[in-house]
Design a protein around this ligand. Structure first.
Ligand code: SAH
Length: 214
């Protein structure tokens, strides 16, 4: 795995593109600038790693667009030391961007093949992340409550368990909708019993499916 000057240059350009598209959080842009996205793609796609596109990563899944990763990360408003739960590890790219921001990251993937592949990759890259093979609809009760929860697959509804595992003041960033497209939604837990909701634009994710797959 080589991160050449050429790759670094392409990453700088990508960061400028994201800035032009409206991403403002300098911390987030810096994290995108640091994480070598081409490590997360099969060799055939290396040339395209720094264009703002989604690509297949195996098991019928895709790595999210860089803009989507930046947008969701910005909405989470993470601070160093925050405890963050991610649903849909996939390639591990979003996981690595969060790890770069200094958070304690717990990430769940339901596809065994992807879970195994990404676990190996992140270990090789020495990225500090806790990966779990399981069903994200249930969250992860062991480490709750979380400062933030990020769902990187399209959810048909807001899973109750994820709301329960949010700290008061915590933020849940989740694309909600059917297969066609989803609305990026931010839920903030205002108190033990109150939640507020803000909706952002349309995005397109692979579906959030129930139960683990082999
Ligand atoms: N964050 C990933 C995005 C991968 S696509 C990246 O940066 O590459 C979304 C992922 O969510 C897929 O890998 C899919 O298998 C996974 N997924 C779908 N439903 C899930 C569920 N219920 N629990 C955990 N993962 C799920």
């Amino acid at each position: 795995m080589i991160d050449s000057y050429r790759h670094k240059g392409m990453r700088k350009q990508l960061v400028e593109e994201l800035r032009n598209k409206g991403i403002r959080d300098e911390q987030v842009l810096e994290a995108i600038n640091k994480v070598p996205r081409h490590f997360f793609l099969d060799n055939a796609f290396v040339e395209f790693a720094y264009s703002n596109k989604a690509f297949p990563i195996g098991a019928g899944q895709t790595i999210s667009h860089p803009y989507t990763v930046a947008f969701q990360t910005e909405l989470l408003q993470v601070k160093k030391g925050h405890k963050i739960l991610e649903i849909g590890t996939g390639s591990g790219y979003q996981t690595s961007v969060l790890a770069q921001l200094g958070v304690k990251i717990y990430s769940i993937e339901r596809q065994k093949e992807l879970f195994d592949k990404t676990k190996l990759l992140l270990r090789k890259m020495e990225i500090n992340a806790n990966l779990y093979y399981g069903d994200g609809y249930k969250g992860n009760t062991i480490y709750q409550p979380y400062d933030g929860i990020i769902v990187t697959c399209g959810a048909p509804f807001i899973p109750e368990d994820l709301l329960r595992q949010l700290k008061v003041g915590g933020r849940l960033v989740i694309p909600i909708g059917d297969l066609g497209s989803q609305i990026m939604t931010l839920i903030v837990r205002d108190s033990e019993t109150e939640f507020s909701k803000t909706e952002f634009g349309d995005f397109k994710f692979v579906p959030m499916l129930e139960q683990k797959a082999r």
